[in-house]
Design a protein around this ligand. Sequence first.
Ligand SMILES: *Cc1c(COP(=O)(O)O)cnc(C)c1O
Length: 384
Amino acid sequence: MSWQARIDAALNERRENHAFRTREPNEQGNGRWLVRGEQRWRNFSSNDYLGLSQHPDVTRAWRQGAERYGVGSGGSGHVTGYHREHARLEAALAQWLGFDRALLFISGFAANQAVISALMQKEDRLLADRLSHASLLEAASHSPARLRRFAHNDAGALRNLLAKPCDGQTLVVTEGVFSMDGDSAPLAQLAQASREAKAWLMVDDAHGIGVLGEGGRGSCFASQVHPELLIVTFGKAFGVSGAAVLCSHSLADYLTQFARHLIYSTSMPPAQAAALHAALRVIQQGDALRSRLAHHITRFRTGAAALPLTLAESATAIQPLIVGDNLRTQALAQRLRERGCWVSAIRPPTVPAGTARLRITLTAAHENDDIDALLEALYDACRE
Ligand SMILES: *Cc1c(COP(=O)(O)O)cnc(C)c1O
């Protein structure tokens, strides 16, 4: 097959499965409203759970940082790109979350790839929850180690895999809160199973950090679990972008030697690190924002209980409504848009086949009005 024929075949397959993806530019995609051209919708699609992307402290820190330091870091942190703003943020994160060290990465995707590729060797194995994020599974599939996936949130299934012999080391991988389902991992059980098998545990808490646990310290803190590796990302509740890996001194030193995404990539702008530090302070004092979000979640779940759709078992900001069929999911999303609510239709391969869904995200930037308008739109859309 020629290059062109291969590309065309792949595109055609996506079209035939109603899974062809396109992107449209927005004027604004975060916060309460999604603005596109002359129109705006109530935004139930962003991961900006606390509304920090527009928080005045955060935008001011970024602006002042840019004025002070310029807009770029100038290079990899291994050359000239490691700024004292990075060092300060790393120290603050490590202290906040109770780890020796934190290392900043430009994205959660890069952090996951970097950690897995730096750690895993051929004789090792990676045991990952089968609903783990693409960045984890993809890194695993590129690694020479063996990947086995265990049934979603099933510590027993993990134990069965751990009981099988392995010549090398084992890394157990899970998310704190699952991005497409909104449910939480049984971290205490997974940690215990891992510890007993002398495996290391890596938790990607992209959707828990800032939102769950005392002071927003996330899923691990809430479950009193201290994994060997904690990945936190800043594109969700922090309202910015970037990520950090939290770990021991020796592991941080090891990643500084071997994490290729750190070594061969320009570090995040110092002004961004300053903005993240401001976001961290807002999160640390963010009980009011978190209780506002919790209130919206309860309001939504109470109202959505009688919908003819399956409300997922989720206590978090991610509130999926499982529809099943791809076309019906898209049609519902379209009807919601006609009624002023922007909700994403999530289809395979992002989620397992037959579980296409409306992925609704609630944020502290919403008003009660928004939740009520969404519920009304959902009842109308389902009735149609
Ligand atoms: C969003 C997300 C990532 C990727 O993080 P980015 O910083 O957006 O690259 C990784 N893991 C999980 C679970 C996520 O939801």
